[in-house]
Design a protein around this ligand. Structure first.
Ligand code: SF4
Ligand code: SF4
Ligand code: SF4
Length: 173
C-alpha cells in the first residue's frame, strides 16, 4: 500500500513538473508572429518566390524562426537587406546570388495581338494583376503588377514582355 502511495506521489509530481515546464516555455517563447509581421512589412510583396519560399509572408516567418537568412530577396535588394538587418540587429550581408539579382522595378505587358486567351498566365499571377477570360485576350493591370515574372514561363506563345515600371514598386527605408 505504501508502495502504491509512493508511486502515486511520484506520478503526480512528474505531471506537475511537466505542466510547470510547459507553462514556463510558453511564457518565454519568442512571439514569432509579431516579429514576422514586422519583417513582412519590410518585404516588397512581389510574391515572386525567389527567396525559395511561396511568398513574402512565409519568408518573413522563416526569418523570424531563424530558418532563413536575410539576404534571399532580390526584389528587396541591398536596401531591403539593410532594413532587415537594422530590424533584427544583425550585420547586413550581400544579396545571395543563388536567389537572383537585384533589378530595376518592372511590369509585365501582354502583346494583345499574339495572345490566344489560354488563361495560363492568370493562374500563374500571384497578385491577380491579369484580366481576361478563356479564349479572350488578356491584359495586365499595371498598377497591380509587381513584375515578378511568374506569368512569363507558362505563356505558350511567349507574348508577355517586361518593361521598366514608371515608379518603384515599393520604397524601402
Ligand atoms: S523574394 Fe522577396 S519579394 Fe519575392 S516572395 Fe520572397 S520575400 Fe517576397
Ligand atoms: S502580371 Fe505577371 S509579372 Fe505582373 S504580377 Fe502578375 S505574374 Fe507577376
Ligand atoms: S498565357 Fe499568354 S497566350 Fe495565354 S492568355 Fe496569357 S498572355 Fe495570352
Amino acid at each position: 500500500m505504501a508502495t502504491m502511495g509512493a508511486l502515486l506521489f511520484w506520478l503526480l509530481l512528474m505531471l506537475g513538473l511537466g505542466w510547470a515546464l510547459r507553462a514556463l516555455l510558453r511564457r518565454h517563447r519568442p512571439d514569432y508572429r509579431s516579429l514576422a509581421d514586422r519583417i513582412d512589412a519590410l518585404l516588397p510583396q512581389t510574391q515572386c518566390g525567389q527567396c525559395h519560399y511561396p511568398g513574402c509572408r512565409p519568408y518573413a516567418l522563416a526569418i523570424a524562426q531563424g530558418e532563413a537568412e536575410i539576404n534571399q530577396c532580390p526584389p528587396g535588394g541591398e536596401a531591403g537587406i539593410r532594413a532587415l538587418a537594422a530590424l533584427l540587429d544583425r550585420e547586413p550581408k550581400s544579396l545571395s546570388p543563388v536567389h537572383g539579382v537585384e533589378k530595376p522595378p518592372q511590369v509585365a505587358r501582354i502583346r494583345e495581338a499574339e495572345c490566344i486567351g489560354c488563361f495560363k498566365c492568370i493562374a500563374a499571377c500571384p497578385v491577380d494583376a491579369i484580366l481576361g477570360a478563356p479564349k479572350f485576350l488578356h491584359v495586365v493591370v499595371e498598377d497591380l503588377c509587381t513584375g515578378c515574372e511568374l506569368c512569363i514561363p507558362p505563356c505558350p506563345v511567349d507574348c508577355i514582355e517586361l518593361r521598366p515600371a514608371a515608379l518603384p514598386i515599393r520604397l524601402l527605408p
